[in-house]
Design a protein. Structure first.
Lengths: 747, 80
């Protein structure tokens, strides 16, 4: 990195909740780039700061408490430091909570790269009566220490200057040789000497550090060691297990525990003799505790939580309604314009129904996702989200999930009318991988805003007197299904003990608008980049499935002949008017009765033709082929093809069904005709309708959601799994309901 | 003075950690949070369903599930 522009790589490390992201935002401003670490879903944020003619490329490492090999975040942070060798690591710590924050610092010092320590939240520390002798702390640690307040930007310039200086000087790595007590030290010394002699992994890790990791039974290092030199690696493991055995026999303890104890011992010695002094009682934590007395109270806590979650839900979906409808209107206008301008044919169909609808589908989610991320960032940054997880963990743990799972469920439609796309993305707040996967696989069972109009149509047709109780029942059913299936998933394919909970409740604090806005925009942009193209591609694929192979010429001619017959029965003037209106002719109040009748007849012919074309399309053929299975649920090809189209977006089920029943031009909101049509159809009954509702509730998520599942889980297999698993469950449930109902004589 | 499991402590009760019995991932997580022998702690309260438990350790609030708290033994002034 020693090019003319003088750019240095700097890593930013620190605990969660220590203000690391705030500092990062304040240093790099909007010049950020968010991506993922290769092959995994941990976010990688980069940003540039210019100082004194050189550029500092900051990488925001994931917030971690430690540098063990247990979590993805910690491995990422460690590997980044070891592999990328940043010139300087800026370690940011919460000044009001030094003892715990310095635990990470000590581990970084064991690795030994050049480091600058930032004492953040000096104001909070001061308000809690904590005074820190910065000069003395810096002297004892042997590294620069900079007091700062990331929220106000205090200390930022000094930090940049000191960091740039250090980067220029390019100091050597100097691992700190700490003492871990009489039981560990001799072993560490012997192992270190042995490792040094053999040059074992020394291109990556300091020798003493490797020895320490063998004692701590660090899986990653031992695995790498085994690959590098299996003989030495085994000898080191033997030494380590001898120490472990001895410790277990004499102290009933473990090497890792003793090592941790000594690190904390080092920290408390470091802070003694006036480095940190405390006075006064009233502090921010005190106020935070008072708030918690109410907000996590046994009685009021859950009530207030329900209220807040409801407000978040309202905020996400109500306030985004206007931008969403504007986007929809814009795309509808674009579609209509192209419809009018382009010549009739396959290209027009592709542009209007494939591309414009597809892009509209991608863009339509953007306001929703922005509002969702804003709301979640607000809950997260104030510290309330941790309280929600704390209060609800007992409930969700029963189903193999985590207290934080609730957010994803609610956004996905736990309060009827959400959307699984932002819902699946909301699982990012979960740090435990099995629980997170189980949550993002089951959140799509919720009744999202696209399923609701379909349910409403069916309920209006078959349960007109019980609309409200039916909708309530459906919400209840979706929660039950999601939780029970989560339990099933967690005890089968995602089997394993729950990840340790150990959640910090950070003090309540006021979030910065800047932080919220940056957070919201970068995540939304990620959605557009990552999910956008796939959603568009599948949208076009679906258009093709529904449009091809089209009708044979003979059929087209037959329909055209019927049209000509109808037109022949109208006066010449009327014919001209009707023909000018084209395919989508409709009756007009000002028309003479004769023309209007002809227009209606033409519309019926169009509907009939669309129905036959759909039946003949690839989707229609699949739908017919599936009748063999679906008849066990009471579905014929019409329902099947509608359900297939619902994979594109659930609300399309209505319009496809309309086409399949030869109702021309069934649009969203005008679904009454379909509702009446189904209610009057002797083929249909309440049992079938209910089986269909349950099927729609449970079957494969729409492909926008599947795309997000793939992106969020980082693996294609989970997207495929959700389609297969959900559809299987839906099929079994609908079958059980229909067949059971028939046995009970409900059909 | 007596040593009791953290789970048995009452809300508001104070004590000093005497032993952390967990090892492996849970043990590491517990120690990462600064829970090591000798650390003073106080029970702040419990979630509405009595689990998890919220404790004050060092200068922050930590919540942990009861089955995780079972690995932590605390020396308290008197048995509640």
């Amino acid at each position: 990195m020693n090019d003319a522009a003088e750019q240095y790589l700097i890593a930013l490390a620190g605990n969660p909740n220590c203000g690391k992201t705030t500092l990062f935002n304040s240093i790099t401003g909007a010049r950020q780039h968010v991506s993922n670490y290769p092959g995994i879903t941990v976010e990688k944020k980069e940003g540039v700061a210019s100082v004194e003619g050189c550029q500092l490329l900051f990488v925001d490492l994931p917030g971690t408490y430690s540098l063990t090999a247990y979590s993805l975040e910690e491995l990422v942070a460690r590997d980044f430091i070891v592999n990328e060798r940043p010139r300087v690591v800026v370690n940011i710590v919460d000044a009001s909570n030094l003892e715990r924050n310095l635990y990470l610092t000590v581990q970084l010092m064991e690795l030994g790269m050049p480091m600058v320590l930032v004492l953040n939240m000096m104001d909070a520390a001061a308000s809690r009566g904590i005074t820190i002798d910065v000069t003395e702390l810096s002297r004892r640690l042997g590294i620069p220490v900079i007091p700062a307040v990331a929220r106000t930007g205090r200390g930022k310039d000094e930090l940049l200057r000191v960091t740039a200086d250090m980067a220029r000087r390019q100091p050597k790595w100097s691992p700190v040789a700490m003492s871990y007590g009489a039981d560990i030290d001799p072993a560490v010394d012997t192992m270190e000497a042995e490792i040094e002699r053999a040059g074992f992994l020394t291109d990556m890790y300091p020798a003493r550090w490797t020895a320490l990791k063998y004692l701590e039974a660090d899986e990653q290092v031992i695995k790498r060691g085994g690959e590098a030199d299996s003989v030495l690696s085994e000898r080191l493991e033997t030494t380590a297990s001898d120490v472990a055995e001895h410790l277990h026999r004499t102290l009933e303890s473990y090497p890792e525990a003793i090592i941790a104890d000594h690190r904390y011992g080092f920290i408390s010695a470091l802070l003694k003799d006036g480095v940190v002094t405390r006075e006064g009682k009233t502090d921010r934590l005190f106020i935070s505790d008072q708030i918690d007395r109410v907000l996590t109270n046994r009685l009021f806590g859950p009530l207030i939580m329900m209220g807040i979650l409801y407000v978040v839900y309202q905020f996400t979906f109500q306030y985004s309604a206007l931008p969403v409808s504007l986007v929809e209107a814009a795309f509808a206008w674009l579609g209509d314009t192209c419809n009018a301008l382009l010549p009739e044919g396959i290209l027009k169909s592709l542009i209007v129904s494939g591309i414009i609808d597809g892009v509209g589908g991608v863009v339509g989610f953007i306001p929703l996702i922005m509002f969702m991320f804003f709301a979640i960032a607000l809950l997260e940054d104030t510290g309330y989200l941790a309280r929600v997880a704390y209060m609800l963990d007992r409930v969700f743990r029963t189903f193999g999930l985590h207290g934080s799972s609730v957010m994803a469920f609610i956004i996905s439609g736990g309060i009827a009318g959400g959307c699984a796309v932002p819902g699946v993305m909301a699982t990012r707040t979960l740090r435990s991988s099995r629980e997170r996967l189980a949550t993002l696989l089951t959140a799509p069972f919720m009744n999202c805003g696209a399923k609701i109009p379909v349910f409403a149509m069916l309920v209006a047709a078959f349960f007109p007197a019980k609309r409200a109780p039916m909708m309530f029942l459906l919400t209840f059913l979706s929660w039950t299904a999601a939780l029970l299936l989560a339990r099933l998933i967690r005890s089968t394919i995602l089997r394993g003990p729950s990840t340790p909970f150990l959640l910090e409740l950070p003090p309540y604090r006021m979030p910065t608008l800047r932080g919220l806005v940056i957070h919201t925009f970068e995540r939304t942009w990620q959605y557009i980049q990552k999910a956008g193209t796939i959603i568009l591609a599948i949208s076009i694929l679906f258009w093709a499935l529904m449009s091809f192979p089209g009708l044979p010429e003979s059929n087209k001619e037959a329909f055209e002949a019927i049209r000509q017959d109808i037109l022949a029965g109208v006066s010449e003037e009327g014919r001209a008017v009707l023909q000018a209106k084209g395919g989508g002719a409709s009756a007009d109040a000002k028309m003479p009765a004769e023309w209007a009748a002809a227009a209606e007849a033409l519309k019926d012919v169009d509907g009939e033709e669309a129905q036959v074309a759909l039946r003949n399309s690839f989707a229609g053929r699949v739908g017919r082929a599936l009748e063999g299975v679906s008849r066990w649920c009471g579905f014929d090809w019409r329902t099947n093809v509608a359900l297939l189209s619902g994979f594109a977006a659930k609300e399309i089920i209505i319009s496809t069904m309309g086409t399949a029943y030869s109702l021309s031009e069934v649009r969203e909101g005008e679904d009454l005709s379909l509702s009446e049509r189904l209610a009057a159809d002797p083929q249909w009954n309440r049992l079938k309708a209910f089986a269909l509702i349950v099927f729609i509730m449970l079957y494969a998520p729409c492909f926008a959601t599947v795309t997000c599942i793939i992106k969020e889980s980082g693996a294609w297999k989970w997207g495929v799994f959700s389609m297969v698993f959900n559809t299987t469950i839906a099929l079994l449930m609908a079958m059980a309901i229909y067949q059971g109902g028939l046995r009970l004589g409900l059909g | 003075m007596s040593v009791i499991p953290l789970r048995q402590m009452a809300a508001g009760q104070k004590g000093r950690i005497s032993k952390v019995g967990a090892h492996g991932e849970l043990g590491r997580r517990i120690r990462d949070m600064g829970i090591v022998p000798g650390t003073p702690i106080q029970i702040l309260g419990r979630a509405p369903l009595k689990d998890p438990v919220a404790i004050r350790v060092w200068n922050f609030t930590l919540t942990l599930r009861n089955n995780e708290a079972d690995h932590i033994h605390v020396e308290v002034e008197e048995v509640p």
